[in-house]
Design a protein around this ligand. Structure first.
Ligand SMILES: [Fe+2]
Length: 318
């Protein structure tokens, strides 16, 4: 495929302290060259015979393609970040910055610190929305390729020297200040609103256990920390426990195949939490059986390994 050039988004003559000459050189020379290289690499890849081309050649081209594609996308975002007065942060955007950074000022201080840390080097500073967590994060990348997977950048500051030397020489701080004075917050907010409509990654869905109450490992830990009474049953299958070395602290192991033998030990007044190895099946089935018998039982999602993954305490399993 061929990538198409995007017209310059900001109006260079309206910028405050950044000259049209700088933007023109940047747009034509750097953005344009990234796009042209991207198209050349794509053409080369399309023309290759995968049967006879060495893996090393394909690998190099794919790496260059990723860098040039990212450079293209980030330059388009950079030019689309400029053209405002930098000060008037619209309501939705101000609320989002306050939610995720404490305040617009705190966001600004962190963003500028990341930019100034790149002075004399090169890279990007991005304000990025992460659909997984529904939040904004600042990030800096020392080349075109270091971006948060799944994140959607909504504001970009180019810290390559080509982005400022014509106007600012080596004075990167003055360039950063000028960039901040030209942020188009209305455009940033529009992109933020678009980004928030992207669905987070699909969670694990277990249709057959949809009606069974579950607890996250964090909730179980909080429950244990609170000191409230709870009965935790490790229901890992017997064949599995022969190679298990540890067990969640506060849990007792009970063979899920022999529920009838141990169900009588449980208190009906205290809640029960069951779990298995990964939380897929046995822990859920055990919780269902206990609920049928009238217990307030739920299963711990993610099982034994999720508990260990959050650093939950374990003891030796004998
Ligand atoms: Fe650039």
């Amino acid at each position: 495929m061929q990538y198409h050039l995007a017209p310059l988004f900001c109006r260079p003559w309206t910028l405050n302290g950044i000259t049209p000459r700088l933007i023109e050189s940047h747009y034509e020379g750097n953005y344009g060259s990234a796009l042209r290289r991207l198209n050349a690499i794509t053409e080369e890849l399309d023309a290759l015979d995968p049967a006879t081309t060495s893996a090393a050649v394909v690998n190099r081209l794919k790496r260059d393609e990723a860098a040039m594609l990212n450079s293209t996308l980030l330059h388009e975002l950079y030019f689309a970040s400029l053209g405002g007065d930098g000060r008037a942060v619209p309501e939705t955007m101000a609320a989002a910055l306050a939610r995720d950074f404490g305040s617009t000022d705190r966001w600004r201080q962190q963003f500028i610190a990341l930019a100034e840390a790149l002075a004399g080097g090169s890279g990007w500073v991005l304000l990025t929305y992460v659909p997984r967590d529904g939040r904004l994060i600042n990030q800096s990348g020392a080349d075109h390729g270091q971006n948060i997977a799944g994140g959607i950048p909504i504001l970009a500051l180019d810290m390559y020297e080509h982005a400022y030397h014509i106007d600012f020489g080596a004075n990167a701080s003055a360039y950063v200040a000028a960039f901040m004075r030209n942020i188009d917050w209305t455009a940033v907010q529009g992109r933020y609103e678009d980004a928030t409509r992207v669905a987070p990654p699909r969670p694990l869905e277990q249709k057959q256990f949809a009606g069974v109450p579950a607890m996250t490992v964090e909730q179980v830990r909080a429950l244990l920390d609170s000191g409230e009474r709870v009965q935790i049953i490790d229901a890992r299958p017997r064949h599995y426990t022969t190679r298990a070395q540890d067990i969640m602290e506060g849990a007792v192991w009970r063979d899920p195949e022999r529920l009838d033998e141990w169900i009588g030990e449980l208190s009906k007044t205290d809640p029960v939490v069951t779990y298995c190895v990964y939380g897929f099946h046995v822990g859920c089935e055990t919780a269902i059986a206990l609920r049928k018998a009238g217990f307030d039982a739920r299963y711990m999602a993610g099982g034994h390994y999720a508990w260990k993954a959050i650093g939950g305490k374990v003891r030796l399993f004998e």
